[in-house]
Design a protein around this ligand. Structure first.
Ligand SMILES: [Mg+2]
Length: 256
């Protein structure tokens, strides 16, 4: 199948560990470029971080930031109607702290050394990571999980997710919302290929015409992702190497 666009997660999918773009990925992206097929990242990264990756990829300049909060394209930014500005999310976090009785600390109030300890991000990259327009990463004490999940349900239009160490408060949107935004803004058209490695990619992969599941570093496909996208093909290797092999295979298939 020759896709009209390749939608892709970044961390653990197109990017190698440490955020590096591997050589095999560069070769395939150049091939896609020659065929006029854009590579469209759908990421939890901020708009600032996404723009950095887009510039480095040089593969169409289209992408979605902050888990479907909005898309960037040649005409500018389109924000999802489900996205909630961070000032409003701060108010909701205060309300959540009041309801649960736990102290909830936004990442923006943590010292840089603490963020480094948690994320491993270099000092130069921390400001771009914190420049969130539509999401609020925060820390909660051990034991707060049950109360957080219970009371977050009382905040309409709000989504609470749990990452490695940070919790995350946002509007009720995910990467799946980006697909509709991209199609409506005529930034992409079908057929769409999609690649991802984690459960938060399942929604958008299910909306693609062909989905490719990329294994973790261990070689295992995430079991939650696999169950959610049963029709997904499996990339032969983890991260960028698997991404490149799977996309090259797609491009090489006969169209009938
Ligand atoms: Mg990922």
């Amino acid at each position: 199948m020759k896709p009209a666009a390749v939608l892709t997660d970044l961390d653990g999918t197109l990017l190698e560990h440490g955020g590096v773009i591997g050589e095999a990925v560069r070769v395939v992206i150049a091939d896609l470029g020659e065929q006029g097929i854009p590579v469209v990242p759908l990421t939890s990264k901020t708009e600032v971080e996404l723009r950095g990756v887009l510039a480095e990829l040089g593969a169409g300049g289209i992408g979605s930031f902050e888990n479907g909060a909005g898309v960037v394209g040649p005409g500018g930014v389109v924000v999802s109607e489900k996205a909630v500005p961070v000032a409003e999310l701060s108010a909701r976090l205060l309300e959540l702290a009041r309801l649960t009785g736990f102290r909830l600390t936004p990442a923006t109030e943590l010292p840089a050394a603490e963020i480094f300890r948690i994320t491993g991000l270099s000092r130069e990259r921390i400001p771009a990571m914190l420049a969130r327009g539509f999401g609020l990463p925060f820390l909660a004490p051990e034991g707060a999980a049950e109360a957080l999940e219970r009371f977050a349900g009382r905040l309409p239009g709000t989504r609470l997710t749990r990452g490695g160490q940070f919790w995350h408060l946002s509007g009720d949107h995910g990467k799946e919302n980006a697909v509709d935004l991209l199609l409506r803004a005529v930034l992409v058209s079908r057929p769409l290929a999609g690649l991802g490695d984690a459960p938060n990619d399942a929604g958008f992969l299910s909306l693609c015409d062909v989905a490719v599941l990329v294994p973790r570093a261990s070689g295992e496909i995430d079991p939650v992702l696999r169950a959610a996208v049963p029709a997904g093909r499996l990339a032969p290797f983890p991260a960028g190497r698997g991404w490149a092999a799977a996309v090259a295979e797609l491009l090489g298939e006969e169209t009938t």
